[in-house]
Design a protein around this ligand. Structure first.
Ligand code: UDX
Length: 432
């Protein structure tokens, strides 16, 4: 099938490359000529495990074209809109400008009988508004809303073997063509056909639920700090109940990234517009708990160091999570930045995110060597749980630092191993 993918960020580039690898002819359109040029030479402009290799396969190379020209996509049967909807500066709601511009451009080139599929995360009500506009301008072209649930670091598997497919449509048979398309991508995945608002809500409700789980356990971490309980054992014990589940009960410095924080804020803003502020008020609290996890980490570091001026802090991790170079709303980077602003001499290491971190916060010192980062450190802060850091030999790295004290901001280090090697371990919500 001939398809277009509009927008080649994390979502769009992954979708385009995966669909081309399955044999579809894909025209991927983006307004950024630099990204397009890079992708056309086989370079993925961000880090996602396996994606560069998949782009290099014969199928992807022969089936995939990146372009800035929308008219190249005029012959396509399906147009997938994969445009970012970031948080508006200084406000809670999502900025739909780029999505609306892309939608306008696609309306102009879409041929009769083709299908436009929105994959972006949007405030509930958006799809119906766009569909009404489409029906007036190009009757005969249909709109579906098909939210994407891919996780950075697992983007290929989440695209090729999704755990569910959700298709929102506003006519009875309007989802059939897309459902047939996805049956070939992943015959196993359950398909949920819904109306537009349900499809839009599935995405934000899923992310709100995940954020809620993380903030719930971080609230328990605050209680644990005050009472001497251990939040990780608490999470293990409540998570053993399969109605609760242990996943996403990882306590520590909280969630970040390009989705969870902005999605819960946009959901709050939309609820407010709908007169439903009370229904989602709990998300405001969970956003605050999440922010507090970062300030609690800074407070713990200051308590340990006393006056931070002139003290060296080795920060392990800048990305918002491992297997990603994404530093959008990264708890690790914000903590590093705050400690730097308080006068500490902060050196940040990350296996993949140094370039994006340096572009965002240039005033920090970065190092691509773990050894250099740790040398003569007064405090080590483990803030992103890369496998490299868990694999460190505590006895070996103890020889590098000035003071063998490590803050485990993700509660994943082997406590006994580090303590037995002579390290003092600090953590949030743990009786160590
Ligand atoms: C998320 C959703 O998981 C995905 O379904 C959606 O499509 C996009 O948003 P992503 O942003 O890639 O995906 O990251 P995710 O794996 O959900 O992690 C989000 C943040 O939560 C990270 O900062 C992570 O470190 C943090 N986290 C996750 C915790 O603090 N504790 C946990 O137990 C799990």
């Amino acid at each position: 099938m001939k398809i277009s993918v509009i927008g080649v960020g994390y979502l769009g580039a992954t979708h385009a490359i995966c669909m081309a690898s399955l044999g579809h002819e894909v025209i991927a359109v983006d307004v950024d000529p630099q990204k397009v040029a890079l992708l056309n030479t086989g370079v993925v402009p961000f880090y996602e495990p396996g994606l560069t290799q998949l782009l290099g396969t014969a199928n992807a190379q022969s089936n995939l074209t990146f372009t800035t020209d929308y008219s190249d996509a005029s012959n396509c049967d399906i147009h997938f809109l994969c445009i970012g909807t970031p948080q508006t500066e200084n406000e809670l709601h999502a900025d739909l400008t780029a999505l609306e511009n892309a939608f306008e451009s696609v309306i102009k080139i879409a041929k009769p009988g083709s299908l436009i599929v929105g994959k972006s995360t949007v405030p509930v009500g958006t799809a119906q508004r766009l569909a009404t506009n489409l029906a007036e301008r190009k009757p005969g072209v249909l709109l579906n809303w098909n939210p994407e649930f891919l996780r950075e670091g697992h983007a290929i598997a989440d695209t090729l073997q999704p755990n569910r497919i959700v298709i929102g449509a506003n006519t009875e048979n309007g989802a059939e063509a897309l459902a047939n398309f996805y049956k070939l991508v992943s015959p196993e995945a359950p398909i949920f056909i819904t109306n537009f608002p349900t499809a839009e809500l599935v995405k934000v409700a899923a992310n709100a639920f995940l954020a809620t789980k993380i903030s719930f356990i971080n609230a328990m971490s605050e209680v644990a700090d005050a009472t001497g309980a251990d939040v990780t054992l608490l999470a293990d014990a409540i998570g053993a109940d399969d109605r609760i589940g242990r996943k996403f009960l990882g306590s520590g410095i909280g969630f970040g990234g390009g989705c969870l924080p902005k999605d819960i804020r946009a959901f709050l803003a939309r609820a407010d517009e709908l007169g439903l502020a009370e229904s989602l008020n709990f998300l405001k609290e969970f956003d605050l708990i999440n922010q507090r996890a970062r300030t609690r980490a800074v407070a713990l570091a200051l308590k340990e160091l006393g006056n931070p001026k002139g003290k060296k802090i080795a920060v392990l991790g800048a990305a918002f999570k491992p297997d990603s170079d994404d530093v959008r709303d990264s708890p690790a980077l914000e903590i590093a930045e705050t400690l730097h602003a308080l006068g500490a001499s902060v050196v940040v290491h990350d296996p993949r995110a140094l370039e994006s971190a340096a572009a965002k916060i240039p005033e920090l010192t970065y190092s691509d060597s773990i050894e250099e980062t740790l040398t003569q450190a007064d405090l080590t802060m483990h803030l992103t749980e890369w496998g490299e850091y868990r694999a460190l030999d505590p006895a070996l790295v103890k020889k590098l630092v000035k003071v063998p004290t490590i803050f485990d901001g993700r509660n994943v280090l082997d406590v006994a191993k580090w303590q037995n090697a002579g390290w003092k371990l600090l953590a949030l919500g743990r009786a160590l």
